[in-house]
Design a protein around this ligand. Structure first.
Ligand SMILES: Cc1cc2nc3c(=O)[nH]c(=O)nc-3n(C[C@H](O)[C@H](O)[C@H](O)COP(=O)(O)OP(=O)(O)OC[C@H]3O[C@@H](n4cnc5c(N)ncnc54)[C@H](O)[C@@H]3O)c2cc1C
Length: 418
């Protein structure tokens, strides 16, 4: 794989870094203060989005962009350093319309929506005029096995009637969220993986109730607030079926590969941001006659964080490159490995950073706990670690020799016991 970016991409990365430094980072303290004081984000994000869009810094994370669609198309590998820059701030990706769940939802709509659906649902998302949410997980069933999803979808003439209970629909509690992409059972008599379909449900459809905003580890997602939702006799036109009936899982696959790796790219940005804070803090505090940075333990934490970040970044770049170049089953295996290892890396670094900061490390002032929560969430969301590990195990090749015939082991006769 080639690590050099073409000059136009280098130029774009430099422009993103400059935009981040001049337009975004100076506003971050205001963002933190507003969410802590008022429980909602400040309104400046719309102005920043307008500026970013006018400079072509828009929709950079989409794998495809038709000529008439606004934005700049990048490969996953080209997007990696940009996602990292934006990932330093909880709201960073939103500035360029590169945040979840919008990106995976847009990618899925681009891939499987009809022309009419694209006009109605995709175009407003591409222009950040509305918000969306993907509602699959249900409180009543173990949703890491998606075939357990039980929400009922009855096709009645030209309508689909939906009954079910969802939760952890990211973005679903945002006041601008205008539609859900709901996964449910449309064909209960089909085989295990052919029963489910996806349907677009406008949030204002009668029978849709937002039960509550959910917090994860005590943290409200101020970018894409999470919803618990009830669907009670919700009736939408049959034309709201997204993709092919009974092929809901196949359609949803489109959102998963790049979405998972984008989260991991953001983790690198968070890890860099946290490490910089660790280094600064360790220089400034003194205990028992020494600055904290003089202690071996702290030096080891900082050095190990640097190693962990560098190797994870390389792994992500490799996975991004594989996704860009005819992905095959080995690519999905690599994405699973990255999805397991990256949040673990971030969780380890953030845990040490909290320790190094002492009590301040757990306050809202540093937001290190937000980075920790992001890591903790990612170990469950988009497939828990254990599900990915199982997949990785299942695809580990089994040698075609037994231990007795293993060419790497000396025969037992060598020791006179054969
Ligand atoms: C912050 C956040 C945001 C989310 N956003 C969304 C969203 O936008 N849309 C959406 O639909 N969902 C979303 N989710 C839900 C997420 O995808 C599910 O929580 C996840 O799929 C796990 O499902 P579950 O919670 O039902 O856990 P369960 O399926 O009950 O699993 C619990 C645990 O069982 C263990 N386990 C499961 N399978 C195996 C296995 N094969 N081998 C070994 N152990 C296993 C794992 O430890 C797993 O964590 C979000 C979750 C969080 C925390």
């Amino acid at each position: 794989m080639n690590f050099n970016y073409p000059s136009n991409v280098e130029d774009l990365i430099n422009r993103v870094e400059a935009f981040f430094a001049s337009e975004m980072l100076p506003r971050h303290r205001e963002w933190v203060q507003t969410v802590c004081r008022d429980g909602r984000p400040p309104s400046f994000i719309k102005d920043i989005q307008k500026k970013a869009k006018s400079q072509g810094l828009w929709n950079l994370a989409l794998p495809e962009l038709a000529a008439e669609e606004p934005g700049t198309r990048l490969t996953n590998l080209e997007f990696a350093p940009i996602a990292e820059i934006l990932g330093r701030l909880p709201w960073g990706s939103m500035a360029f319309n590169c945040h979840a769940p919008e990106v995976p939802n847009m990618a899925m709509l681009q891939s499987i929506a009809t022309r009419e659906q694209k006009i109605k649902w995709l175009n407003p998302l591409l222009n950040a005029e509305t918000r969306s949410s993907f509602a699959m997980t249900e409180p009543a069933v173990a949703s890491s096995d998606a075939t357990n999803i039980a929400t009922k979808m009855d096709f009645e003439g030209n309508a689909i009637v939906i009954n079910g209970h969802k939760w952890f629909a990211t973005g679903g509690a945002h006041p601008d969220c205008s539609f859900f992409i709901v996964m449910g059972v449309s064909d209960p008599d089909a085989g295990r993986t052919g029963q489910h379909s996806m349907v677009i449900v406008p949030t204002d459809t009668p029978g849709v109730t937002i039960v509550r905003d959910l917090r994860f580890m005590g943290w409200t997602d101020h970018v894409a607030p999470i919803a618990e939702i009830k669907f009670e006799n919700v009736k939408v036109p049959a034309e709201n079926l997204l993709g092919i009936r009974g092929e809901g899982f196949k359609g949803a696959q489109v959102r998963l590969g790049p979405a998972r790796i984008h989260h991991c790219m953001r983790c690198i940005g968070l890890a860099e941001m946290v490490l910089a804070q660790m280094v600064a803090r360790a220089q400034e505090r003194t205990t028992f006659g020494k600055t904290i940075v003089e202690y071996d333990t702290v030096q080891k934490w900082i050095a190990e964080a640097r190693i962990d970040i560098e190797q994870t970044r390389l792994f992500i770049q490799r996975g991004a490159w594989m996704l860009d170049n005819s992905p095959d089953k080995n690519t999905w295996r690599t994405v699973s490995q990255i999805k397991v290892t990256t949040p673990r890396m971030l969780q380890k670094i953030t845990d040490r950073a909290i320790q190094l900061f002492g009590a301040m490390g757990g306050t809202d002032d540093t937001l290190i706990h937000h980075a920790w929560t992001y890591a903790r969430w990612l170990r469950i969301g988009d497939g828990p670690d254990e599900v990915h590990l199982r997949q990785i195990f299942k695809t580990e090749p089994v040698p075609d020799w037994s231990i007795a015939e293993c060419p790497y082991i000396a025969p037992l006769e060598t020791y006179g016991v054969g």
